[in-house]
Design a protein around this ligand. Structure first.
Ligand code: ADP
Ligand code: MG
Length: 240
């Protein structure tokens, strides 16, 4: 579903992504971790063109990402993204946050969009919050709305960028549980997270990034039991 080959990116003189190779197969779950500033967000933001890469190939579901706006919108319509900050529309209710995309971008009727939104709000276990505004919800609830909103667009791939790192500890699990269920439903997922319990449960492949490079890529069993590089060992010691 995602093919990244020899991708390089710079912010001016700063080489932020260095020869990145990564593939994510259909239904595969890849978890990316690594120190702050290592390029994790930049990498996943390149996949839906929130950032552009200067060299190499990025292909999503067979569509190569270029400057062509038609391709960019095709790719964006297949890729859902959930951020650390929930990015909900504050002036819209939970339900309206979820129906906006399907109505505007998918041409659904209001009735169909509401039915779809309620289905996903039930999946993330907050149907009773549908008529509230984001500010009336806890962080964990807001993040679950963000996930439901994304799923309402029927993405083939979900990207997560540290979805629980802005949450109070007691709310982390309610979001990880929803993500675990999504993983079990067969969704293709690329998740940046330092929640290693979640990673052990759902990841098919673990990736460790440092200084813009993929330093290590392995199955969770190998990754956690026998990390190869000192950089990865040090990192795991710090967070586990
Ligand atoms: P991570 O998500 O692993 O913490 P990021 O991808 O956010 O890392 O950032 C990688 C590096 O690129 C950091 O040093 C950051 O300061 C820098 N960076 C990120 N975005 C920009 C930008 N828009 N302009 C310049 N530098 C940036
Ligand atoms: Mg980041």
């Amino acid at each position: 579903m995602i093919r990244i080959e020899a991708v390089n990116k710079w912010f001016d003189d700063f080489h932020v992504l260095k020869d990145i190779d990564l593939t994510v197969g259909a239904g595969e779950k890849v978890v990316v971790c690594g120190p702050s500033g290592s390029g994790k967000s930049t990498l996943i933001r390149c996949i839906n063109r929130l950032e552009s890469h200067e060299q190499g190939l990025i292909e999503v579901d067979g569509i190569e990402l270029t400057d062509d706006n038609k391709r960019i919108s095709e790719i964006r319509s297949e890729v859902g993204m959930v951020f650390q900050q929930f990015n909900l529309f504050p002036h819209l209710t939970v339900l309206e946050n979820c129906t906006l995309g399907p109505i505007r971008a998918r041409g659904l009727s209001k009735t169909d969009a509401r039915a779809l939104a309620m289905e996903f709000l039930e999946k993330v276990r907050i149907p009773e919050q549908a008529d509230k505004y984001p500010s009336q919800l806890s962080g964990g609830q807001q993040q679950r709305v963000a996930i439901a909103r994304s799923l309402c667009m029927r993405p083939k791939i979900m990207l997560f960028d540290e979805p629980t790192s802005a949450l109070d500890p007691e709310m982390i699990n309610e979001v990880l549980d929803v993500m675990t269920e999504l993983a079990e439903s067969g969704m293709t997922m690329l998740c940046v997270t330092h929640e290693m319990g979640f990673a052990r449960r759902v990841a098919d492949t673990m990736v460790f990034m440092d200084h813009g490079e993929i330093v290590e890529m392995a199955s969770p069993e190998t990754f956690f039991s026998t990390p190869k590089s000192d950089r990865c060992k040090d990192f795991l010691e710090k967070i586990l």
